[in-house]
Design a protein around this ligand. Structure first.
Ligand SMILES: [Zn+2]
Length: 79
């Protein structure tokens, strides 16, 4: 088996294709990560960016706040 290149591995991480890749391709990427600290660092950076986007920029809505908003909207629509 030929290991994927850094460009192939980093592109797969950037596009979120690592977890959905076929098993043999995913194995090749995992082996590449064992020997390539550049791609390990890139993966960590992508994970940090994803976490920051989820927690700071686009946080999941609080269920209590959305319920209160729904009640307010329904009350407003009822008149
Ligand atoms: Zn690499």
């Amino acid at each position: 088996m030929i290991l994927p290149t850094c460009k192939e591995v980093s592109t797969a991480f950037a596009h979120g294709e690592f977890s959905t890749a076929p098993p043999l391709r995913r194995l090749g990427m995992q082996l590449h990560l064992l020997v390539c600290w550049h791609c390990r660092r890139f993966r960590r950076q992508m994970e940090l960016i994803e976490m920051a986007l989820k927690t700071v920029v686009f946080p999941l809505p609080d269920s209590a706040r959305t319920d209160a908003l729904k009640r307010t909207l329904l009350d407003h629509l009822k008149g």
